[in-house]
Design a protein around this ligand. Structure first.
Ligand SMILES: [Zn+2]
Length: 300
């Protein structure tokens, strides 16, 4: 019968893709581990905003007189490197009072447990990601069939303690530091983009760090990976498009061209100007939406 043959073929495709994805993930992970002894140099992006991430996985430090906020913890092996980077800039991990996260995947949440233990900071997690975070990456339905990779260890991380959960629009304050949570679900159910003002040469500019607009390979086979995923993606594109971003940031450095911008910054004597990139921000969102529409909703 046609339907059962169709299902069998679909299963085969899924198993083959799962194997390929697992292999690609393992290779990427090994490459990152090999690079762990070469920490990226931390630097000041603008005002009180510093880059302290490693091997393409962004971590941002926002400093203030009443303590600091740290966004994202990389893979588990990145936690000590992030702490070294914070030290190298003249700050102290023990002054980090609030830990934030883009989303509960092992490459951004893996180091949070160790960073939390070293700092004593409170970890804020969006309601949509709380269960996956609390179980160390398990049960992430947004990745579709790839969620089975958790059992192979690929998506696992040590679960940190969740101190507070939030929903879209929540404001996180620490002294003069103020961040707004923009829940932009789809990549995960609670994927959070963060916006915050940064002082640049006497002017207040809005920095926006995009969580992730990447579709997992299996999601096109399973467009209803969780109920409402399509509406979530559409809401996320709309939310990001409506933000008046001046400084474009994201959870992976390649998306906002950190290396090139850093080089230009060094050429112009440390000015934040190369990081002011309104056009880059909007074209990233537009490109991601076109990819989404081509793969998930070509006829909508
Ligand atoms: Zn991710």
């Amino acid at each position: 019968m046609r339907p059962s043959r169709h299902i069998t073929r679909r299963r085969l495709v899924v198993v083959a893709l799962l194997a390929l994805f697992g292999l690609a993930f393992t290779q990427w992970r090994t490459a990152i581990q090999r690079n762990r002894s070469i920490p990226d140099e931390p630097f000041q992006i603008a005002g009180n905003l510093y880059y302290v991430g490693h091997t393409g996985l962004a971590s941002f430090l926002l400093t203030g007189p009443e303590g600091h906020v740290l966004i994202d913890g990389g893979f588990p092996e990145h936690a000590p490197l992030i702490i070294e980077s914070i030290n190298a800039l003249g700050f102290d991990i023990r002054d980090v009072k609030i830990l934030l996260n883009s989303h509960a995947h092992s490459d951004h949440a893996g180091g949070l447990k160790e960073l939390q233990d070293s700092s004593g900071a409170s970890l804020w997690v969006s309601e949509g990601d709380a269960d996956v975070m609390a179980s160390g990456g398990k049960g992430d339905r947004a990745v579709g069939f790839a969620r089975h990779l958790w059992h192979l260890g690929a998506l696992r991380f040590e679960a940190p303690r969740i101190d507070r959960t939030f929903t879209n629009g929540e404001i996180v304050r620490l002294g003069p530091i103020e961040l707004t949570a923009h829940v932009t679900p789809g990549h995960t159910q609670g994927c959070t983009s963060w916006s915050f003002p940064v002082e640049v040469e006497g002017e207040s500019l809005l920095a926006v760090s995009i969580c992730s607009l990447t579709l997992f390979p299996f999601v096109s086979l399973d467009p209803e990976a969780y109920p409402g995923i399509k509406a979530d993606w559409q809401r996320s594109f709309e939310r990001l498009r409506n933000l008046p971003a001046d400084i474009f940031l994201a959870s992976h450095t390649a998306w906002f061209g950190l290396d090139g911008k850093r080089r230009r910054q060094q050429e112009v004597g440390g000015s934040a100007a190369p990081f002011v990139d309104r056009e880059g921000y909007h074209s990233h969102v537009d490109r991601a939406e076109r990819t989404y529409l081509d793969r998930i909703a070509p006829n909508e």
